[in-house]
Design a protein around this ligand. Structure first.
Ligand SMILES: [Zn+2]
Length: 322
């Protein structure tokens, strides 16, 4: 690594389910822990847990801390505000961590961090225009345009899960809107999409169809049955892949990325059923030649490596004095 990357750094990924904390010397991983993200204990519970894990990893003194977190954020305050993904709703990150470590703390949304990780440490190193999209229990993205990380005034310029991919869909998203990509094709949305598909299904009543009509076809079940050749499951996976292609095409029209890196547990666990088919549908929805679609360099550690990248090379847009 170049100068500036020497030192001891703590990287943190605050996920909806898991909290990952890792200690690095330069960009060399020293120790890592994965625990459940606290859901009770007030607005300092997450910061307290990070400190406890850091201590367990032997991080008594660190030069900087990078945090990638679920959103939405108030990036000026370095805190999460009113998130639907954790019952704590609002919690502090930068202020308590700065106080405790007496070191620089850089906080960004997890997908924003992940795309920065691709640029600084991953296969996006030599690319000036790139995107990272997570397909998980939710859907989100991070973007670099002309080499610049896109952040937005409060740090939320990446809520692409709420792009409308079907204006006629009467499925309401967790956010309240209709036809959103996340409502239709995320892990959380799959049981409902499957149920709706089952209502109009005229094909053979397969195992997936039976589960779907009781609203019991979840994401792991869907992809497992599709892999086993269940016709209903295979058809639904194909439809979901079309939705992902439509979402990615909308992103391509807005940001013009050369490469779109895909991550998130649904995608990483089912790359065999998703990657090629999404690529195949993409041309149907894009204006120009579709962007390259690749698996995220650091897979499930994409936000964690992004958090490290935030401190190894802090983006100008996050350096600005608030
Ligand atoms: Zn929405």
């Amino acid at each position: 690594m170049r100068a500036g990357s020497e030192g001891t750094f703590l990287a943190v990924d605050v996920g909806a389910t898991n909290l990952r904390v890792a200690l690095f010397r330069g960009n060399e991983l020293q120790a890592k822990s994965v625990v459940r993200t606290p859901t009770t204990g007030g607005p300092y519970a997450v910061a307290r847990k990070i400190l406890r894990e850091a201590e367990r990893l032997g991080a008594d003194r660190v030069d900087a801390v990078g945090v990638a977190t679920i959103g939405p954020l108030d990036i000026k305050k370095g805190m999460v505000i009113d998130t639907p993904n954790n019952p704590l709703r609002t919690f502090y990150l930068r202020e308590p961590l700065e106080k405790e470590f007496k070191a620089k703390v850089v906080v960004a949304n997890d997908c924003v961090a992940a795309v920065w990780g691709e640029k600084v440490l991953g296969r996006g190193r030599d690319v000036e225009d790139l995107a990272y999209v997570t397909i998980s229990s939710g859907i989100g993205g991070g973007f670099i345009v002309d080499g610049n990380l896109i952040v937005g005034w409060r740090g939320n310029a990446h809520e692409v899960g709420h792009l409308v991919v079907d204006y006629k869909a009467e499925i309401r998203c967790g956010c309240g809107g209709l036809g959103h990509w996340e409502a239709l094709a995320s892990g959380a949305g799959i049981p409902r999409m499957a149920y709706i598909k089952a209502k109009t299904w005229r094909g053979v009543p397969t195992e997936a169809y039976k589960l779907a009509s009781q609203m019991k076809l979840d994401a792991p079940g869907l992809y497992r049955l599709a892999r086993n050749g269940d016709y209903f499951a295979r058809e639904l996976v194909r439809e979901l892949n079309k939705i992902h292609a439509a979402g990615i095409a909308s992103i391509a029209s807005a940001f013009d990325p050369k490469i779109v890196f895909l991550g998130g547990s649904i995608f990483l666990n089912n790359t065999d059923l998703m990657l090629d088919e999404i690529k195949g549908f993409l041309g149907e929805y894009t204006l120009l030649e579709p962007p390259r679609i690749e698996v995220a360099t650091f897979r499930e550690d994409a936000p964690l490596m992004g958090a490290l990248a935030l401190v190894l090379k802090t983006p100008e847009v996050i350096k600005k004095p608030w």
